[in-house]
Design a protein around this ligand. Sequence first.
Ligand code: NAD
Ligand code: WQD
Length: 336
Amino acid sequence: MKILVTGGAGYIGSHTCVELINAGYEVVIADNFLNSCPVVLDRIKELTGRDFGFYECDLRDRAPLDKIFAEHKIDAVIHFAGLKAVGESVEKPLEYYDNNLGCTLTLCEAMRAANCKRLVFSSSATVYGMNNPSPLREDMPIGGTTNPYGTTKYMIELILRDLYASDNTWSIALLRYFNPIGAHKSGRIGENPNGIPNNLMPYITQVAVGKLPYINVFGNDYDTPDGTGVRDYIHVVDLALGHLKAVEKIMSGTGIDAYNLGTGKGYSVLEMIRSLEKASGKKLNYKIMGRRPGDLASCYSDPSKALRELGWRAERGLEEMCEDSWRWQSMNPEGY
Ligand code: NAD
Ligand code: WQD
């Protein structure tokens, strides 16, 4: 079975490619390295001992997509490609709408033309917006997003539902990721943010490795056990394995469904700092700052639908997530 992985050179995409290849799938990656670099491809080869197809292309361009579908019999597509920085999306809304919606529309047009109608889409917990209480369930209303990035994910979910309504031979899984962290056990692939990280875990590991002086803790007056924000952190390898289960699901019938990929457990910012201190053996400095605009107090999943319908659940706990994040950061202090 052959899977096209868009954005396969990125953080989640690279881990998913390793698991797909190790499970015996053939993989074709399409990526333009907008937020990744070519060395990732060598690392995937090194970890799997197998080769795969690669096309350097912008997913908004139709011609290379048609070429991929002409040169390979693609059974299903996993669509990771997109821009993902919340703050940047507020500064550059047009670029975010253009890239995230443009990639998805062009990809779906090319898939339809090639009669490949099986798609796994990278959605996000952000589609639940500000108004739903945790634990978040797939049947809760979505929308009310607070930034252009989140709105692109919400809009793409609506677009894909309209697509299915127009042609029910499609089979689509909308995977709503919570907070992916961690890295492959080898320490050879991991998250590689450009510049100063926006997300908590890469920020913490960069403090631990000495690249940044201290962690800014955004608020300690939330209605949570220690006052700091609570999130559902999930090991990126568990997340990757969720994609394999989603592929099995979309191969088995038609329809469109959303699934939370999370652990169902929430940890606070201070718990994350302590856990990374333990994993790294280093004392980490932090400062309490004001709240970050748009942040929720708590955000965690009810992951039971994925267990029920995909047969998937996260197996890796917080300690392992932090050990693996630290191994990646300490082995690659400057990233790739
Ligand atoms: P990433 O930035 O590491 O990977 C995205 C990949 O897509 C990169 O390799 C980038 O070069 C590529 N890309 C972007 N625009 C492209 C284009 N126009 N044409 C071709 N390639 C393009 O991000 P990630 O963390 O691996 O996230 C993957 C997907 O999961 C994204 O859609 C993201 O929005 C979604 N997601 C991520 C998180 C998270 O916290 N990391 C959470 C929820 C959802
Ligand atoms: C986690 C917690 C912060 C940084 C974002 C996107 C979401 C999804 C995942 C893609 C919060 C606190 C953070 C720091 C801190 N991405 N924090 N100091 O905001 O839950 O989710 O990434 O879809 O859409 O919104 O993740 O890692 O930024 O923050 O105190 O330097 O850490 O306030 O409580 P978030 P995060």
